[in-house]
Each structure stands twice: as C-alpha cells, then as structure tokens.
Design a protein around this ligand. Structure first.
Ligand SMILES: *C/C=C(C)/C=C/C=C(C)/C=C/C1=C(C)CCCC1(C)C
Length: 248
C-alpha cells in the first residue's frame, strides 16, 4: 500500500512536446529554489529586513506548493488548473502589497494604504476568476472590471500615496528599489492580461494564440514577478543591512 502510494507520487507523466507541462515543472523548481534562497538569506539581514525576506520567501513558497498541484493537474487532465492558479494569486498578490507596505513603513506608510492595495488586488483577481470560469463568454467585460482594480494599484504606486512616501523618504536605495518594484507591477504584471486574452472564443487573442498558451504566459509571469520582486527586496535588504552595520 505504502509503496503503491509512493510510486503514485512520481508517476506524473511529462510527455515530449508538452511545453505547458515543462513550464509547470520548471516553475515549481524555480519557486522552490527561490524560497530556500530567501529563507536562508533571512539570517544574513538585520532588523526589519528579516520580515521582508520572510515575506519574499513565503510568496515563492506558496507558489511552489501550488505549482506542484498545478503541474500534476495539468499532467493528468491537460486542462488549465484555474482554481489552484487563483488560490495562489489571492494569497501571493496581497503579500506583494505587504512588501510595498513594509519598505515604506519606516517613511510613514499607514495600514490604510496596505488595505487599499489589498482591496484593489482582490477586486482584480475575483473579477478575473469570474471571467475565466462562470462568465467565460463575457470574458472581455470581466477583464475590463478586473483591470479597474489593476489600475487602482498602479495609481497608488505611480502617482498616489505610495509614490509620495517614496519620494519624500530621502533614501536613494529605497527609491531605486521602489522604482524597480513599480516597474514590475507596470510591465511584469501586464503579462497576465495577455494570458487572459487567450480564453477560447471570447478572448481578444484567441484567434491568434492557442488556448494552451494561457498557462505558459501565466507561468512566465509568475517566474518573472514572484522571483524578480523578491530579488529586488533582497538587494535592498543587503544594501540597507550593510549600511546599518557600518553605522554601528
Ligand atoms: C504572483 C502573481 C501575480 C503577481 C499575479 C498577478 C495577476 C494579475 C496582475 C492579473 C491581472 C488580470 C487583469 C489585469 C485583467 C484580466 C484578468 C487578470 C486577473 C489576468
């Protein structure tokens, strides 16, 4: 019995030419490796930077666990694992908002800003989920509703209060890291709507791209954004920790 289950765990098949399956497999390994890295680097940081490293590690770790499920689900059914995908996002995107809050906290960020960003994220993801599932035929409408939430987040970090806090911080290291994160949200997160537009039938790109491109696009987006975001936080933490040690 035990041997049977053990075998089952490794019987997931990855067929030649299954590029979506490949990206799920690579994604799960990349997320796992990034988590180990961020968790271990936690010990090299000072003070508040430890919390930021922990959150970076949690983001990739939550993604890694979901990627293991998504990889197997895909291998078994060759169907998008939409539920696992959105459960992952609804946990990890708010944690990315927490990263913004944590780096701005020392410069006066209030919890209200965090909740506002989380609200926009949840709005964006719930609308996207509805467009991919129950209201698939009207996916452009739900994509539009979702985009309003995305614009809310963009507004906060490019023009709104988050941007102002960064500008007023007088900390060049913080400012350049904040700018890099803001670019991830503007350019990196824009990868996701492209994947969404491949929804068969109603998606604007569904004539041009195969529906299976959706998962490849989402998987690329996740690798770029979750690991890239964490690495920006990591470099900021390294620089600030070095400064804190030099001042002591
Ligand atoms: C780690 C996961 C991340 C950073 C996921 C981000 C997801 C988005 C920015 C999704 C955005 C969408 C739209 C703006 C419109 C179409 C529907 C979505 C949900 C794909």
């Amino acid at each position: 019995m035990e041997i049977f289950e053990f075998q089952n765990l490794f019987l997931t098949s990855l067929k030649p030419g299954d590029y979506v399956g490949f990206t799920f497999f690579i994604g799960s390994m990349a997320m796992m490796a990034a988590s180990v890295f961020f968790f271990f680097e936690y010990f090299n940081m000072e003070g508040k930077w430890r919390t930021s490293m922990l959150v970076s590690g949690l983001i990739t770790f939550i993604a890694a666990v979901h990627y293991f499920y998504m990889r197997d689900f895909w291998a078994e059914f060759q169907v998008s694992p939409t539920e696992f995908r959105y459960i992952d996002w609804i946990l990890t995107v708010p944690l990315m908002c927490v990263e913004f809050y944590l780096i701005l906290k020392a410069f006066g960020a209030k919890v209200g800003l965090l909740w506002k960003m989380i609200f926009y994220s949840v709005w964006m993801l719930v609308a996207g989920y509805l467009g991919e599932t129950v209201f698939r035929d009207s996916s452009p409408l739900w994509g539009f509703i979702s985009t309003l939430g995305y614009i809310g987040i963009l507004y906060e970090i490019w023009l709104g209060s988050a941007k102002k806090l960064a500008d007023n911080s007088n900390d060049p290291a913080l400012q350049s890291a904040f700018k890099a994160l803001a670019w991830f949200v503007l350019a990196g997160w824009a990868i996701y709507p492209l994947g969404y537009m491949t929804i068969e039938g109603s998606g604007w790109l569904s004539g041009a791209l195969d529906p299976s491109s959706m998962d490849i696009i989402y998987n690329i987006g996740d690798a770029v954004n979750k690991i890239g975001f964490g690495l920006v936080i990591y470099s900021l933490a390294v620089a600030s920790t070095a400064k804190m040690r030099a001042n002591n």
